[in-house]
Design a protein around this ligand. Sequence first.
Ligand SMILES: [Zn+2]
Length: 226
Amino acid sequence: MDPGHGGHDPGNLGGKGYRGFPEKTVVLSAALAIKKELEKTGRYEVVMTRSRDVFVKLRNRSRIAHNKQADLFISIHADSFKSPKVRGATVYTLSEKASDREAAAMAARENKSDIIAGMDLEEEIDIVQLILINLVKRETMNLSSSFANELIPQLGKAVILRTRPHRTAGLIVLKGLDVPSVLVEIGYLTNSQDAKLLMQKETQRKIGRSIVRAADNFFNKSYVAN
Ligand SMILES: [Zn+2]
C-alpha cells in the first residue's frame, strides 16, 4: 500500500475557498484505513511504503514492493483539476503513452515528485536482459489491467467514478517490473464534496472494502500463476 507524496512533497493542495487537507494527508489517512480493512480479513499482509508524513522517492516505492515480493502494488492519490465541479475516482495503470491529454498532465504532476531521481529502471539493467524483461513487463501490465478491471466496479460501490475510470499513463511509481500495480486517484480535492468525503472514516472504509473484494476476485480467478 503506497500513500502518495509526504514530507516536503504535499501533493496537490486542494480547492481554494474552503479549508481542506493536502493530498499527502488525505491519502495517508485513506491508505491506513484500507490497510486495516485488508488485514481484518486475515488473508492479506499489507506493507506500507510510508506510515508517517515522510518523503519517499517514487522509485523506492515500487522497489519496496519488489523487495517484499508483493503480489499487488496499490498507490493511493487524490486528484486536482481546474474546474471545481469535476469529481470522482480514476484507476491508472502503466502505459508508454497516456490514454488522453488529461492523463498525461496527471502523470506529469505525479512524476514531478521524483524529478531528481528521474531515471528508468531499464537503464540500470544490462541490455542483453531486455527481451526477458519486456516479457515480464508485458505480463505485469496485463495483470495490472486485470486488477484494474476487478477494482473499478467495486470502487464504484464506494465512491463516485469519473467517466472512463480506467486510464493509462507513464507513471514512474508504477514501473515496478514484476509486481502488478495500479494507482488510484480516489477523488478530487479541488471538489469540496470529494474533499470532505475522502477524509471521512466511513468513505475510507468503503474504499478499503472495495479493494478487498477486488483483490479477492483477482486472486480467486488466479490470473497469477503460482
Ligand atoms: Zn498525487
